[in-house]
Design a protein around this ligand. Sequence first.
Ligand SMILES: Nc1ncnc2c1ncn2[C@@H]1O[C@H](COP(=O)(O)OP(=O)(O)OP(=O)(O)O)[C@@H](O)[C@H]1O
Length: 366
Amino acid sequence: MVDVHLRSVVKRFGKTIALRGIDLDVNNGEFIVLLGPSGCGKTTTLRIIAGLERPNKGRVIFGNKDVTYLPPRERNVSMVFQSYAVWPHMKVFDNIAFPLKIKGVPKEEIRKKVRWAAELLRIEELLDRYPHQLSGGQRQRVAVARAIVVEPDVLLMDEPLSNLDALLRVKMRSELKKLQRKIKVTTIYVTHDQVEAMTMGDRIAVMNSGMIMQVGTPDEVYNKPANKFVAGFIGTPQMNFFDATVMVENNKAVLDAGDFKIEIPGDIAEVLKEYIGKTVIVGIRPEHVYPEEFIPSKTRRLAKIQGKIDFIEPLGSDTIIHLNTGSNIIVVKLSGSHKFHGETLTAYIDIDKIHIFRKEDEKTII
Ligand SMILES: Nc1ncnc2c1ncn2[C@@H]1O[C@H](COP(=O)(O)OP(=O)(O)OP(=O)(O)O)[C@@H](O)[C@H]1O
């Protein structure tokens, strides 16, 4: 086990700049998730940590050791890929034993270690089978067993669950997380699935366009997003965003969104002082807009909005309402199944839950 540090890592592929100066600190034994849309540089980051790619600039440090130019085999890292990458001509036992054999580990020790890894992954019964006799989930367990059998300092996983069906994915998520807790290996896990990231990561590094936008616990990236991108990427349905002008009316600060106004309480107004007369972006999560009869009892400050119901998505566990306020569509998420009659709806924005972003660079103001 080791802590991992990336310092100003830049990677170019011809004209494409895949990474634009990545700084990341992963603690010893931590499970960190790299989360971001396709092409943002997650896999490249992982491959640089593994030693499969060299950065054009910057450093990779394991503990106190600079490993930037060390080949993969000298880093004691293991990697699990999306494709199971188990060898079809080898039985499960030999697949798991393979990295130990290469290292010249004595036979008896190999037997012990393979058994240890197989027990952890609950595949002891499958050691005599060939990969084609296994399900996708079992094959991926073999790949994970093979990765941990060498007791790596760092375990790297690149979308390891994306080939599995939805049910199995959910099951494997918690299994992998438990396994990591048990063996306490420093783990860096790549996914574009925010639910996977939120449920598995001790911390999440949200990436976009070759940069890290924010590193934080699931709670931090959800409740205190550093910018509009993170706010929009985490949470389903996506956070509502609308432009509003910061104004002063009758000595009170208001956010004027055109179709509706939000009166801003003193504490928020204080922070917005320098933005008076300017346009900002307001964000509110669908779960923080309440139809009249669903206002939570402890809500303190609300802003009224009215609109036409564009359509309703009845999801069973939740009801999603698309409310057209004129120039904005505000999505409302209610837990449970509900029916709404009539064409219009009055709803309330929870003022204590609003996020405000600067228009120019989309960084969080509040
Ligand atoms: N070997 C390569 N040659 C040229 N361009 C590359 C190469 N590998 C990656 N890229 C480019 O670098 C950028 C980052 O790619 P990367 O695979 O790291 O993204 P990602 O976030 O892992 O995406 P995905 O979720 O789709 O796998 C992309 O624009 C990609 O096209």
